[in-house]
Design a protein around this ligand. Sequence first.
Ligand SMILES: NC(=O)c1ccc[n+]([C@@H]2O[C@H](COP(=O)([O-])OP(=O)(O)OC[C@H]3O[C@@H](n4cnc5c(N)ncnc54)[C@H](OP(=O)(O)O)[C@@H]3O)[C@@H](O)[C@H]2O)c1
Length: 434
Amino acid sequence: MDSQSRAEFLAQLSAEEKQRLLAHVLRKKAQGQTALPWETDPQEWIRDAKLDPRIQPLGQASRHTDPHTILLTGATGFLGAHLLHDLYDRTRANIYCLVRAADEREAQERLQANFARYFAHPLDSKRIHPLVGDMSQAQLGLSPQTYAKLAEQTDIIVHNGAHLHHIAPYALLKASNVDSTVAILELATTAKSKWIHYVSTLVAAVDRDTDGWLLEDFPQADPSELAGGYSQSKWVSEKLLSEAAQRGIGVTLFRPGFISGRSDNGVWPSENDHLLRVIKGCVQMGYASDSSLMPNMAPVNFVSEAIVRIALSEDTPGQVFNLANPHLVPWVTLVTWLQGCGYPVNLVPKDVWREQHLRNVDKENALFPVLPLYLGGDITERFVLLLSKLATVRNDGTAGMLARLNMSFPVIDQALWQRYVRFFQESGFLPRPA
Ligand SMILES: NC(=O)c1ccc[n+]([C@@H]2O[C@H](COP(=O)([O-])OP(=O)(O)OC[C@H]3O[C@@H](n4cnc5c(N)ncnc54)[C@H](OP(=O)(O)O)[C@@H]3O)[C@@H](O)[C@H]2O)c1
């Protein structure tokens, strides 16, 4: 990473994240290691995947098809708003949403403002309750009284919150992505047993069958191939939860691929979306690589409905669901659809794209903060492996469940892509083509 990209990366971090990164770098220095902080030794994160022996089930795990009380994390995010909507619609439960805020009023405002990006109606304050907290803290940053009440009342936990960052090192993401899962497991096994529905990601999957396809099962294989702190932190969480499941704690894992915008109106927040960063970067450059990657994507409203309906189902064929859309769209097709919308993006061989176009971008280009992932070498190869495996994923359990629920995987076609592009133009994310 050159000094400019490093500065860009640092500028995105909060004061707390910078402090954590600094502590990590100083620790490395003290150990005489000169490795860049995002190149984490697998042993450093794999060792976090050991579940504390004190976390034990409280009796028989029960799935709760009609929960009275639900805890949802990450409700101020993209998928979280939709999970909140669907959990509200499909249950009669009180839904507690853990929100980072100075006080309850701000938490309520953040929740409502995020919800309003996707839905026209206000939140029902009789059944939806913000809780000021921070899932990276012990007891989720809640007061002892609130924690005790939540522990006594909650039936199911939908643990969806995470810090999404494709270039941040594991050390920076551990608090929000791993410590949070430990805190959720502690809550799930305090006062009464609660079922945990965890939103993971397909990039964290490493177990394959003999054909090389990713399995729809709890993790067992060596995860050293995983590149980047995000996939590593999500794998550690999966592993902790899989150990919890072996002990008899109720756990379901959901693994989406890329989550795309709403299928009806195309709303797709661009602030923190990797695929959109790549698309915008290519539009700005006027060139795209002829990569053979097939981004595995599904609209957010489908992903949310599938998670909520499977979570509320009486019985399921397993506890791990690969929400891998079999309707794959090759990257080059997405680029031709962009061309069809009037954007003059030329497809060029990937070496030409990298050496003649990508290497010359400045910080105005959307790809600038993530350049090391694409500029070649080991990090690029590992990142490409991370994405390319999403084209070969077993999803038999999910497909069977969707059929039972009268749902099916959504087709990603040119008409949907045009809705997305219209939204990008209206929101100012992409300029209208000349
Ligand atoms: N987006 C995708 O394409 C994709 C693909 C596969 C899997 N997933 C998974 O889906 C889930 C949701 O992703 P998303 O795209 O909706 O992400 P998002 O929009 O970035 O939302 C993340 C949510 O997590 C919350 N959060 C993060 N750290 C927290 C902390 N320490 N304490 C409390 N809340 C915290 C955020 O709260 P603030 O608002 O306070 O930041 C936000 O509500 C994640 O688990 C992610 O790994 C996403």
